[in-house]
Design a protein around this ligand. Structure first.
Ligand code: ATP
Ligand code: MG
Length: 305
């Protein structure tokens, strides 16, 4: 069945990205809570059907590590994309209280299995692996979203802001600067996976913009500098795993099959990890932080008054 806007009761905003906003909505006919992403496009109407057709393959993207797709529709120049609501949000906002190694391994194994599923079953690469596109729920499940199924949608995005955190692999940065958009492959996702694991573990993006004088210097560091490493406190096994993702030469980077056979993920298979407990502690920490920053803001305002 097809979903549409009249069936939705709009709830609060969940977040904002470069191309639009994500809201929590209630799909009234089924009583299912969904996340609805509004994406502003620059395109002529003839492309709309092509995009809807391309998005249709998302109905086949059914796996435990992939956020479920419910459907999409257009209103004026926006596409509304409805997916499973993940009630603990994205990993970028969840690592403040720390990420123990067993939790990091479980997150990583979910990401690798999700990426391998996209490649083996749908023959697509993700193209946008980063912590904001790894979602979590209170059941402790980790799922990927926002992978590039629609080339037409990608071309039509109203790019307002390129963003100063690049998760792109060195070969992809080089390719874009030469306008060779089609030259990178699935191993570029493996690089982005490695950067994401470091960010999830350390709480900061590995090439922080404030340490470079401009975006060019930052991209130069990614292309020509040594790859980043996991912070202290993680095992040699974990560090070696991330090293295998972050080899500068894409030919030397680990494949998904190799990553799944790495001791870091093999050990994870037989281990009991309290993901539910970790998510609930991470959420409690995040809420405490938010409450603290709100009361600080109030304090500042009453000081000014
Ligand atoms: P970019 O625009 O570069 O892709 P982004 O991934 O942060 O960045 P969006 O995809 O628009 O931007 O998402 C905005 C925020 O909404 C995310 O950071 C995430 O916290 C939240 N979000 C997205 N999808 C869901 C979902 N299905 N369930 C819960 N929260 C979500
Ligand atoms: Mg996203």
């Amino acid at each position: 069945f097809a979903i549409n806007m009249t069936q939705m009761q709009l709830l609060e905003e969940l977040g904002r990205g470069n191309y639009g906003t994500v809201k929590r909505v209630l799909h009234k006919p089924t009583n299912v809570l969904m996340a609805m992403k509004e994406i502003r496009l620059e395109l002529d109407d003839s492309k709309l059907n092509a995009i809807l057709m391309e998005l249709d393959i998302l109905h086949r993207a059914v796996a435990p590590e992939i956020v479920e797709f419910y459907g999409a529709f257009f209103i004026e120049s926006c596409v509304y994309y409805c997916m499973e609501f993940m009630d603990a949000g994205s990993l970028d906002k969840l690592q403040g209280a720390g990420v123990p190694e067993d939790v990091l391994a479980r997150i990583t194994s979910s990401m690798v299995r999700g990426l391998k599923f996209l490649k083996d079953e749908l023959q697509i690469m993700h193209r946008d692996v980063k912590p904001t596109n790894v979602l979590v729920n209170k059941k402790g499940e980790i799922k990927l979203c926002d992978f590039g199924v629609s080339g037409q949608l990608e071309k039509s995005l109203a790019k307002t802001n390129i963003g100063c955190q690049s998760y792109m692999a060195p070969e992809r940065i080089k390719g874009e600067s030469q306008n060779n958009l089609g030259t990178y492959t699935v191993s570029s996702d493996v690089w982005s996976l490695g950067l994401s694991i470091i960010e999830i573990a350390s709480g900061t993006y590995p090439y922080p913009p404030e340490t470079y004088s401009n975006v060019f210097a930052q991209l130069t560091a990614i292309v020509h500098g040594p790859p980043p490493e996991l912070p202290d406190g993680y095992s040699e096994v974990a560090t070696d795993f991330v090293g295998g993702c972050l080899r500068k030469d894409p030919e030397l980077r680990a494949t998904y099959a190799e990553l799944l056979e790495h001791p870091f993920l093999v050990d994870d298979k037989t281990r009991n990890v309290d993901m539910v407990g970790w998510v609930s502690r991470a959420l409690a920490y995040r809420e405490a932080q938010q409450a603290q920053s709100q009361s600080q803001q109030q304090q500042q305002r009453s000081n000014q008054a």
